[in-house]
Design a protein around this ligand. Structure first.
Ligand SMILES: Cc1cc2nc3c(=O)[nH]c(=O)nc-3n(C[C@H](O)[C@H](O)[C@H](O)COP(=O)(O)OP(=O)(O)OC[C@H]3O[C@@H](n4cnc5c(N)ncnc54)[C@H](O)[C@@H]3O)c2cc1C
Ligand SMILES: NC(=O)c1ccc[n+]([C@@H]2O[C@H](COP(=O)([O-])OP(=O)(O)OC[C@H]3O[C@@H](n4cnc5c(N)ncnc54)[C@H](O)[C@@H]3O)[C@@H](O)[C@H]2O)c1
Length: 441
């Protein structure tokens, strides 16, 4: 039986970052991956989505300038776009694996399952280690409804050879908004079905509704307060039904959240506690077994489950495995819904803000006439700044084509507590979103 200093279970962003850091400390390290090396983000998450989104952004940019230099609406050629996406994704698993091999990190393929607290089995091989890191991520939740076998997922959508004429998304969170935006721009008839009336929970309600209205104007149909009960196959297509609701479509994507990959690990055999929301850890990312750590999406945690958060936790956990005694301290984490118009937020959570309305007040600024946005004809652009009673900014939500860039500047400003006076010491290239910053702070 091979014995290691550390075994990392899961070859996604969290597991990869941790494995390299552990190796740099001259430890013997093995990584185990059950599916695609690289994990969710580069194979079936952020990166393929953003490649498809590039076409959406380009199309929308031209459409915004219709009558202002353009008189056309570019058509997205799905097969070509998918080919472009695959030119990136297809080499991710082999490149990731080769990277490990070059770094002399051992790789094993298959589902890892614990035999006991110090031994795991993968593809009929038993391995032991002094320490373990569980970084097995999440997968799409499949709704417990009649006909659930006909539901497809974000993974299926991001690998479609041909775009169906009609697509329905169940759920109105990050994934549904982003993939619906792509499907709509590429020419499909798109429906988004949400069981309550609150899309994009966790974002400012007013600006989330601005994004919803933007997508409605693009042709996406939203159905709120509809709890889908049944999916039936037709020839061709599917019928979705709920109380007083029926919809015929060609593809149904379950986009109603994600569940942690824990069942196959046989955590009971290692004595590791878990819940259906993931693996609970202490403030050193340690499970109830002191030599078994966990990081990334598989955690039961209140922090957002995002690629940079997995990477941040991985860097921390390697030090914790080495005996670091300071608890993990998370910096501010921006949240962002990508699209031709983006919605981005940072700062105190909407829950915290709504629980103490007496403590906070907000100001919304329409930005459409500001030169940065006027130039690209982004008439919908706006920003909401939330202040505490000391007039300190505690949260910011941006809605615009440039919100992704802007939120990162605010991240630096809020995290480093940069004042208006300090900002005035900088000369930013003009005209850019950065040169507007001094008017917000
Ligand atoms: C459609 C989509 C879009 C997204 N877009 C963004 C975005 O724009 N920005 C962003 O920051 N985040 C985004 N995310 C989230 C991001 O992908 C995740 O937060 C990130 O991948 C988490 O990294 P991780 O290493 O914790 O888990 P993962 O990337 O999920 O990696 C875990 C790995 O463990 C493997 N595994 C599971 N069980 C076992 C086992 N028993 N044995 C061995 N291996 C196992 C899995 O196969 C997987 O490869 C998106 C996610 C999705 C689904
Ligand atoms: N841009 C990004 O950073 C990005 C993009 C995509 C995914 N992600 C990550 O992936 C995670 C999962 O995304 P997601 O969109 O699947 O989950 P989500 O939690 O963001 O949204 C799920 C939505 O489905 C709704 N829902 C739940 N049950 C339902 C039902 N029975 N019928 C109809 N609606 C129902 C929820 O109310 C919610 O609005 C995100 O939380 C995030 O961590 C991030």
């Amino acid at each position: 039986m091979k014995n290691y200093d550390a075994i990392v279970i899961g070859g996604g962003p969290g597991g990869i970052a941790a494995a390299y850091d552990l190796k740099e400390q001259n430890k013997s390290v093995a990584v185990i991956e059950a599916d695609l090396w690289g994990g969710t983000c580069p194979n079936r998450g952020c990166d393929p989505k953003k490649i498809l989104m590039s076409a959406v952004e380009a199309k929308a940019r031209v459409e915004k300038l219709n009558g202002k230099g353009f008189n056309t609406s570019p058509e997205i050629h799905w097969e070509e776009l998918m080919k472009f996406k695959r030119s990136y994704t297809e080499s991710v698993p082999s490149n990731t694996k080769k990277g490990f091999e070059d770094a002399e990190i051992d790789t094993f393929e298959g589902q890892a399952e614990f035999i006991d607290a110090h031994t795991i089995e993968v593809a009929d091989e038993r391995l032991s280690a002094k320490q373990f890191l569980i970084a097995t991520g999440q997968r799409p939740a499949i709704l417990p409804i009649e006909g659930q076998e006909y539901l497809q997922t974000s993974t299926d959508f991001l690998n479609l050879d041909n775009l169906p004429e009609r697509i329905a998304f169940i759920g109105a969170g990050y994934i549904a908004f982003e993939l619906a935006t792509i499907a709509n721009a590429a020419g499909a008839e798109v429906h988004v079905i949400q069981h309550n009336d609150q899309p994009l929970k966790g974002f400012d309600k007013e600006l989330a509704m601005n994004l919803t209205d933007h997508l409605k104007n693009k042709g996406i149909t939203f159905h709120f307060n509809v709890d889908v009960a049944k999916v039936e196959p037709l020839d061709p297509g599917y019928r979705l039904s709920a109380d007083n609701f029926e919809l015929i479509t060609d593809m149904v994507v379950a986009a109603a959240g994600r569940v942690p990959n824990i069942e196959t690990l046989k955590l009971d055999k290692a004595g590791v506690t878990y819940s259906k929301r993931g693996i609970p850890v202490d403030e050193h990312l340690r499970t109830n077994q002191s030599h078994i750590f966990a990081c990334g999406d598989v955690l039961e945690k209140a922090y957002p489950k995002l690629t940079p958060v997995s990477g941040f936790e991985a860097s921390y956990v390697v030090n914790a495995m080495n005996g670091e005694t300071e608890p993990i301290h998370y910096p501010l984490i921006p949240s962002l819904v990508f699209g031709d118009q983006k919605l981005a937020r940072i700062g105190l959570s909407e829950k915290e803000l709504s629980e103490h309305p007496e403590k906070y007040h907000s100001e919304t600024m329409e930005l459409g006439s500001w030169f940065t946005y006027f130039r690209i004809n982004d008439q919908e652009a706006k920003i909401k700044l939330v202040y505490d009673d000391q007039k300190k900014i505690v949260a910011i939500t941006c809605f615009s084509e440039l919100a992704d860039e802007l939120i990162n500047y605010f991240n630096l400003i809020l995290e480093k507590k940069v004042s208006h006076e300090e900002l005035a010491d900088f000369i930013f290239a003009y005209p850019t979103p950065a040169s507007d910053l001094e008017y917000f702070i």
